[in-house]
Design a binder for this molecule. Structure first.
Ligand code: SF4
Length: 346
């Protein structure tokens, strides 16, 4: 017997195509998607406001497809990391970060990653497979804090623009009225840069985009972010800068700061000349050591110095706080703590 398919991951039009031959209309399709994405109903027999005829039609072939994480870890700072397993057995992690009125979920798009960035624990885990849009959306609606979520960042395991179709679909579901109804201004896709896909993303989505830069100098960047070879950051920034700005849409650069490596005065000058006159914002991030890299993060003072210098030169900049480092949930650490769950799971 065929396994029932998940409704989570389908658009309203796709649900309509399932039910239209039996006489149902678009309003019935959105009734179903609202039950899945907004009310997060996990049993098809409990979808409220649905006729028996429609329920019977769907229940033979479909399930809501919302699943809970297998395990979780909680940080001393209140953030939580969840371990999910796909139907095919792929492992992937999701991080929930509460911060005042802002509740962010950091979503994975792949199990592992194949981009090979040198200082990233996910790269060392290797690439195990792409996640579907349904599995991405489920990371938001399948966690206990789903009702609180205000922001989504595609910054978990994997490179979003290496799984573009499914990421675009997940963004559509998250922003649609019949879906999660999140504002595109509250959704950010983070990439190391895949040239053609960046253009594609800017044209077809209204969500925010952030480029992981690491160094303003291509010769140096290529040593740590191999994608630089075929997808030069200079070209990607040119595309981002030349794209017509949309109200409330934020373009940014993520800059992980490592003491003595990319936090020198010449790096600061390089950043300024790369971004001068643009509206691209710089997010300065502390480095979280992985393995035996021997590197340490720049000091808070140095990060604040970078921030102030950038701001004085007319470039918008901020320093991001570390969250979830003690549970290996901070940037660049996902997949490095898979063994922790057995030890600390609650
Ligand atoms: S930094 Fe991002 S793109 Fe690079 S290996 Fe890690 S997860 Fe992949």
């Amino acid at each position: 017997m065929r396994e029932p398919e998940s409704l989570c991951g389908l658009t309203a039009d796709e649900v309509l195509s399932l039910i239209e031959p039996s006489g149902f209309r678009y309003s019935h399709a959105t009734l179903v998607t609202n039950c899945i994405y907004k009310k997060r109903i996990r049993d098809i027999n409990h979808l409220p406001g649905i006729s028996n005829k429609l329920r019977n039609l769907l229940s033979g072939s479909h399930v809501p497809g919302i699943s809970s994480p297998e395990q979780s870890l909680e940080s001393v700072d209140g953030s939580k990391k969840y371990l999910f397993r796909s139907r095919s057995g792929l492992l992937y992690e999701t991080v929930y970060i509460p911060d005042g009125k802002r509740h962010t979920v950091c979503v994975s798009v792949q199990s592992g990653c194949r981009m090979g960035c040198k200082l990233c624990a996910t790269a060392r885990y290797g690439f195990h497979g792409n996640l579907t849009a349904g599995e991405m959306v489920n990371q938001v609606i399948g966690i206990p804090e789903a009702h609180l979520v205000t922001h989504v960042v595609f910054m978990g395991m994997g490179e979003p623009l290496d799984n573009t179709g499914e990421v675009f679909r997940a963004c559509s579901i998250m922003t649609a009225e019949w879906g999660l109804s999140l504002s595109p201004a509250n959704i950010t896709v983070s990439t190391v840069g895949i040239t053609a896909e960046v253009e594609n993303f800017l044209r077809s989505s209204e969500c925010n985009l952030t480029l992981s830069l690491f160094s303003p100098f291509p010769d140096e960047r290529i040593l740590y972010i191999p994608a630089e070879r075929n997808h030069p950051s200079g070209k990607i920034l040119e595309i981002i800068r030349s794209f017509p700005a949309r109200k409330r849409r934020r373009m940014s650069v993520a800059y992980v700061m490592i003491k003595g490596l990319n936090d020198t005065d010449s790096h600061l000058d390089g950043l300024k000349s790369l971004l001068a006159g643009s509206s691209v914002r710089v997010n300065l991030l502390p480095y979280h050591a992985t393995g035996d890299s021997g590197f340490v993060s720049s000091s808070e003072e140095r990060m604040m110095y970078f921030k102030h210098s950038l701001v004085i030169s007319g470039i918008s900049a901020s320093v991001r706080k570390t969250r979830g480092a003690d549970i290996h949930a901070a940037c660049g650490l996902l997949a490095s703590g898979l063994a922790d769950y057995k030890r600390k799971a609650y």
